[in-house]
Design a protein around this ligand. Structure first.
Ligand SMILES: *Cc1c(COP(=O)(O)O)cnc(C)c1O
Length: 407
């Protein structure tokens, strides 16, 4: 998919518009499976929350992926996309026992991350296989908002609570078939990941009937030129070797699971917006696009970097801009960015817009959420219509106040 394809898509479907390249998603999927080709039983469960459009889920299913879900609605989306219940794992945090029971009843693998619900679920359904999510207390990422394995994290059962956990499992005679960890986004250091893996192996030894070990995700993808990224090939080589050795020691061949979101879809996404206003102030030149953090919140929420290019004037002289949005709130996409000279009406593209972009979009300022387009086998397919005013009013209930005549 080229930049001129993006321009043509914006002309056909309007802007702002999210565009996803199926070829890139497939390439990332294959890169990951190739890196772990020495593992006999490997499973990739795509993390639906990164980009949950049902056509994207179908594409991942076609590639051979399973699904990682965090809510009963994501499970339902997965089923709607044709995933079998047994190809779905449900890894919620802080949900009700009732929701977990409903998902278990659908035949989906459940993953429990706290002792309270583990005990309640185990008491009521001792026969249902359950995976447990542990917190190995390692810092795998840089930003504390997106690192979920450290000591203050709300995720997982602390490894310091293993004795209590074992007592619950023994008392309820429940069936633990998997151990899971997800140390959060952005694995920068493979040795840190391998260290966490050792903790998972140590935990696994306590359970006799395991079927799989789930190492979660957190693979880092590059957001700009020369950005660091997880060396998947190196991780594959080192972890595969260790995993195979562990299975020997354990006495059974286990399945190795990963559940990447960002790694599979981030780079496949391109968000195309149009410049409404170029505004020169005393300190900077603002380019204001027809979008805001209502459509792409990552820069404001996490300080994430999305590379920005001018699609309409790619060869123009580069100048410095602050690219901001149109909502009534500070919504900076990028400060002091070198971009080919911008004129009002130009199309700007934000790269790495596949993961946690549309799926975090809102109607703030009563704006419509953008359309989504999948570029597949050389053709653009609309996979979500742009919203309309009916969508804004949908579900709102008007009260019939008695009319007061205006003064
Ligand atoms: C969000 C999430 C993932 C995916 O994380 P990425 O950084 O997008 O790869 C995997 N597993 C669980 C349990 C998650 O909550």
């Amino acid at each position: 998919m080229t930049n001129s394809d993006l321009v043509a898509i914006a002309a056909e479907f309007g802007n702002p518009v999210y565009v996803y390249d199926s070829e890139k998603i497939a390439a990332q999927y294959q890169r990951l499976t190739a890196a772990f080709s020495n593992v006999g039983d490997l499973r990739i469960n795509y993390a639906a929350k990164a980009l949950s459009n049902v056509s994207i889920l179908k594409l991942l299913r076609q590639l051979g992926s399973g699904l990682d879900t965090v809510s009963i609605q994501e499970v339902q989306l997965g089923l709607a996309a044709g995933f079998k219940p047994q190809s779905i794992i449900y890894t919620p945090n802080g949900v009700s026992l009732k929701e977990i029971e409903s998902v278990a009843q659908m035949g989906v693998q459940i993953n429990i991350d706290n002792l309270s619900l583990l005990e309640q679920f185990g008491t009521r359904h001792p026969k249902t296989p359950v995976c447990i999510r542990i917190n190995p207390h390692v810092m795998a990422g840089g930003n504390s908002n997106i690192s979920v394995g450290h000591i203050d994290s709300k995720f997982g059962i602390s490894i310091h609570q293993i004795p209590h956990l074992l007592r619950i499992v023994e008392n309820t005679a429940m069936n633990i078939n998997g151990i899971h960890m997800h140390t959060g986004s952005d694995i920068l250091d493979i040795d840190v990941f391998l260290h966490a893996a050792e903790i998972l192996f140590d935990t696994a030894k306590h359970f006799k009937a395991l079927e799989f070990l789930d190492f979660g995700s957190g693979f880092k993808v590059p957001y700009h030129e020369n950005d660091i990224e997880t060396n998947i090939e190196e991780l594959g080589e080192k972890l595969s070797k260790r995993f195979v050795a562990f299975c020997k020691e354990y006495g059974n061949e286990l399945q190795l699971i990963f559940e990447p979101g960002k790694f599979l879809v981030s780079q496949a996404g391109h968000f195309v917006t149009q410049v409404n206003v170029v505004k020169q102030t005393t300190s900077t030149v603002f380019a204001q696009v027809d979008s805001g953090f209502n459509h792409l919140i990552r820069p404001m929420l996490y300080g994430s970097h999305h590379h920005i290019e001018n699609l309409s004037n790619p060869k123009g002289k580069e100048r410095f801009y602050s690219v901001v949005g149109y909502i009534c709130e500070t919504d900076t996409f990028g400060s002091n960015r070198k971009i080919a000279e911008i004129t009002e009406g130009d199309l700007l593209v934000f790269r790495n817009s596949g993961a946690y972009c549309f799926s975090m979009a809102s109607n703030y300022n009563s704006r419509y959420r953008p359309a989504e387009v999948l570029w597949h086998e050389g053709k653009a397919h609309l996979i979500r219509k742009r919203e309309t005013f009916e969508d804004i009013l949908h579900n709102q209930v008007e009260i019939a106040f008695s009319e007061v005549s205006e003064p």
